[in-house]
Write a new protein. Structure first.
Length: 256
């Protein structure tokens, strides 16, 4: 099995090393193509207004001067075009990708790009307990549970236009209760936090943060992780609101 690894934290991120160790329990044919620098919050953006640079760091190990989506496109469309990957693994992200945060996530979007390209894809993220931990965030939960989750998912039939979003709770591996399949949840408060400051030259700057509530709707990925489970959520990129199709169709027929 040929596996492509990518992320949004950058090619040198600790979580990518964790992901490589997980992947090597599944296959010896591992390719790494990730952004040169951190691209957290990049979503599903791609680079159209400037050229991309490709740098090789070792055998089957590359970085791209762009977004997570750029990295997957470069891997599948250029580096691996003669033999496409069988699986895309994205992560292990430093921080949660739960609820509507998946729309911002470069980690989830990289997996989505794999799915769009017809490749089975899984995004993996490690939740952390508090802000300000920097590179000290522990990846033990992902390290211990990652192989188990991925193997279980690979044992299931693949579905077209679908990716799997996995989140490991901020707990020691021994404290995790198990794996729970859950729907995507939604936060119920204004989550945007804007921190304003002044730089040494006297100019104002602004820093975006996401403030998350403690509420977790029952049956959601938020609730699963809060309860101490690894959450597994299938996502698809068909954004059509099917329940509204007939209503809108009837409304426009009346006008016409």
């Amino acid at each position: 099995m040929r596996i492509l690894l990518t992320n949004d934290d950058g090619v040198h991120a600790p979580g990518l090393k964790v992901l490589e160790r997980i992947a090597r329990t599944l296959s010896d044919d591992i390719w790494i193509v990730a952004p040169m620098e951190e691209q957290s919050g990049a979503g599903h953006s791609l680079t159209l207004s400037r050229p991309l640079r490709l740098r090789q760091h070792g055998e089957k190990h590359y970085s791209v001067s762009g977004t997570p989506t750029d990295s997957v496109m470069m891997a599948i469309g250029h580096l691996m075009k003669d033999q496409r990957p069988d699986l895309v693994l994205s992560g292990v992200n430093r921080g949660a990708n739960l609820g509507e945060d998946v729309t911002y996530s470069g980690t989830v979007s990289a997996a989505m790009e794999g799915a769009i390209s017809g490749v089975r894809a899984i995004a993996l993220s490690q939740v952390y307990a508090r802000e300000g931990q920097g590179d000290t965030i522990p990846f033990e939960a992902a390290e211990v549970w990652g192989e188990r989750v991925v193997r279980a998912l690979l044992a299931q039939p693949a579905m077209a236009k679908t990716l799997i979003n996995v989140n490991f709770p901020a707990l020691p591996a021994s404290a995790i209760k198990g794996i729970k399949v859950a729907r995507q949840g939604f936060y119920d408060i204004d989550r945007t936090r804007i921190v304003q400051g002044t730089d040494p030259r006297g100019y104002d700057y602004f820093w975006f943060g996401l403030h998350h509530s403690d509420s977790a709707p029952a049956g959601s990925d938020l609730a699963a992780v809060a309860d101490g489970y690894v959450s597994v959520t299938p996502l698809h990129f068909d954004l059509t609101h099917y329940e509204l199709l007939a209503t809108l169709d009837a409304a426009f027929e009346e006008q016409g």
